[in-house]
Design a protein around this ligand. Structure first.
Ligand code: BTN
Length: 238
């Protein structure tokens, strides 16, 4: 379990709180959980709308920065496993958008930082658990969902947190165990085998998503060459 659990009611972003705790010398596996975020962040500078009812959690781990992409895939797998415990089947859009029948229910933002003693990763996980669908921005209509909507009843956020942390820790890959993560990830990834457009910080790449590398990168076959995509947002899966 976590070595320190920090609970807050309202925060800017649990990732931000976790980063500050790392700077102050908190132990590894410190967990920050909040009921609401007013500046919840998504990948690529997007916002993560975080009203009451959702689960907003960040886990601070001492970790090499080059392992963070594979760690982020393992966090996605932990969320898929949590949902399975609730009898909900989900898939992962690379790298770690958690989808139920194509609609996003959870997202993961992994950030690296240099702590006082070592490199650290902040694993930020947001699950739309008991968020009413109408509290999500209208522009997301049809593309997002919540557990409450899928199950037609409220979920116990405490139990969700406990299960998530336990599965996250159990599935966390030690160095050398990357292949185990990739093998499991292939089985639940909706992106593989499809023609995709990926927005990266270098521009838009297009091609067939053929595999995942042991580092957690997406392998894209484009014009007879295979390129490794380290980060990006899938704009389209055909
Ligand atoms: C994404 O899908 O773009 C990632 C969303 C990550 C949201 C979580 S909620 C807890 C943590 N704190 C944040 O500000 N973001 C992450």
């Amino acid at each position: 379990m976590s070595s320190r659990l920090v609970r807050r009611d309202v925060v800017d972003s649990t990732n931000e709180v976790a980063k500050n705790l790392v700077a102050e010398g908190t132990p590894p596996w410190t967990v920050v959980v909040a009921n609401k975020q007013v500046e919840g962040r998504g990948r690529f500078g997007r916002r993560w709308v975080s009203p009451r009812g959702g689960l907003y959690v960040s886990v601070a781990v001492r970790e090499d920065l080059d392992r963070l992409p594979i760690i982020s895939l393992s966090a996605g797998l932990a969320v898929v496993d949590v949902l399975r415990e609730l009898s909900l089947e989900s898939t992962l859009k690379w790298p770690n958008d958690v989808l139920i029948r194509g609609a996003k229910v959870a997202g993961i933002l992994v950030e690296g930082l240099v702590g006082p003693d070592a490199y650290w990763g902040i694993l930020g996980i947001g699950i739309n658990s008991n968020v009413p669908l109408e509290r999500l921005p209208p522009e997301f209509a049809g593309r997002t969902t919540t557990l409450r909507h899928e199950l037609s009843e409220e979920v116990d956020n405490e139990l969700l947190l406990e299960t998530l942390l336990s599965l996250l820790q159990r599935g966390y890959p030690a160095p050398g165990e990357e292949d185990r993560i990739v093998a499991r990830y292939r089985g639940v990834c909706s992106t593989l085998g499809r023609w995709v457009k990926v927005e990266t910080s270098q521009g838009i790449l297009e091609g067939r998503a053929v595999d995942i590398s042991p580092t957690g990168f997406l392998l894209l076959e484009a014009k007879e060459v295979t390129v490794e995509v380290s980060e990006g947002i899938i704009l389209m899966e055909a």
